[in-house]
Design a protein around this ligand. Sequence first.
Ligand SMILES: C[S@@+](CC[C@H](N)C(=O)[O-])C[C@H]1O[C@@H](n2cnc3c(N)ncnc32)[C@H](O)[C@@H]1O
Length: 570
Amino acid sequence: MSLYHETAALLSAPTTHGGSLKSRVFKKDSGLKSPPAQVYALALESCKWSAVLSEVIDNTGLLKAERKLTPPLALLLTHDLLLSKSARIALPATHGLSQSLARHRARLASELTRARLRRGHPTLTSLRAAVDAAAAGPPHPRWVRVNPLRTTLDEQLATTFDGWDVVPSVADVLDPANAGKKVLCLDGHVPNLVALAPGGGGEWIVKSKAYKEGWVVLQDKASCFPACLLDPRGEGDVVDACAAPGNKTTHLAGILAERGGEGSTVFAFEKDRRRAEVLEEMVRKAGAGEGTVVVSKGVDFLKVDPGERRYARVGGLLLDPSCSGSGIVGRDEMPELVLPEAVGGGTPVVAAATGKKRKRNPADKEEKRPPPPPMVLVDDDGDTTTLTSEAALQERIRSLAAFQLALLQHAMKFPAATRITYSTCSVYAGENEHVVVAALASDVARQRGWRILKRADQVRGMREWEVRGDKGACDGDEDVAEGCIRTYRDDGRGVMGFFVAGFVRNAEGGRDEGDGPYLRDERGMIVRDAEGIPTLKSTGKKAVEMDESEEDASSEEGSGDGDDWDGFED
Ligand SMILES: C[S@@+](CC[C@H](N)C(=O)[O-])C[C@H]1O[C@@H](n2cnc3c(N)ncnc32)[C@H](O)[C@@H]1O
């Protein structure tokens, strides 16, 4: 079968089976004879152009004249003839398909010109840009986290981003006038985070030395929230329970390094051995030196004994478990496809990439039905689950939520823990607020005094993020809903769909009494003099001047039942 027949078959397959276009093409048993990369590029580009090309094909009457062509085949061949770099069909000129199109070349080209002018584009380049922009969806900045284990924000602004325009907000970064330009803004919620304009600069960073050397990490803003909310201050050890590929592990290690938490260890668990190798590589690249991050490869966090001696200093746990991945940007299943009309007339209709020939006929009841819900769930581990009904989707969410709740309850058992964050990149309340509410009501939470980390007690950036949890999904509890942080993709804030909530116990609000004897600035960093000597909270003087009795008193602050993580001060 030719490249065109194989690609046409792919676009004609039902959308409810097989996952995204990428997974359909690149899966091991795809059965493709043509190079998968070529099939993928042809399918994707043809889908992007399908609305324009269907109009062109219909107006030339190509399908009426060439009865052997099907609508998907006509679309793919016309794409290559008019829009590919070589402006030719990748078949010998004597091939039947080539000849079918060659007979109509002049007419197709002039119909493309008409379609372009109808859309108000003076050149094909301008139409291309519009088609690409429409396919990409609302613009999304490239988020770049500067890695304090390797460098500083100031250093990166002076080197990697030297000469870039610094604009005040994400809205400015996303301004179409800035697309492709070297424009950035410093984030106001997450320290060391920078948003780059999509296109040019955002693409360039992927190939930059800064990225290759681990000076910067490419991480969506929302995905930075859990480590920020956990807000480790170097008083004890930290667990990342579901760590691969390691964005949050390295973020935690970076925060600790900045705050003088050299004595703290990040215990990173990853159940999947293959993913754990990626985690190890990321940790190495980020410069989280040996001893700072301890990776437990192929270890199920649920099987880790919280009572084990080496976890006695664990004060905080970050839980970012597997979820439905429904909030991730760019996870759409199949691109939208508009097919030309099959012989028999009518106008093109919009469909998912089913490749089915459908007419816009008022009598056709199917036309009036809403499109089916996406039934292929690609979770954030990259696993695909095909769902055949809404009930199957609900069942999948229930099963993920049961695992997520078990993980949270397990984390609550660590003896010295006073702080936990729970996050997902799911948009479903079933994996988010409902899990939080169930965890708070659990026996372990009640016995050990776990509460929601209230908004007022959150670190400044997280407190100031205005999008909060759904009160209805929190059984009407305002404190819990306000404690939950949500992000939505495509709401203009330039982030993916995400959810995070924090849990604390002991001191009301958790931190004031629990962060050790030293004075800290608003970023949680210990205030030190020029010689690096910390300042005492109790006296406002240098720590070296502290006498024994003061030291004892301050290390007991807020220690309540002895489970707090103070006393582990560096
Ligand atoms: C959402 S991803 C974590 C992403 C990661 N936190 C980051 O920011 O790079 C979830 C990970 O948890 C792992 N996982 C799932 N269940 C686990 C368990 N019981 N114990 C440890 N790891 C688990 C999965 O293999 C997957 O790599």
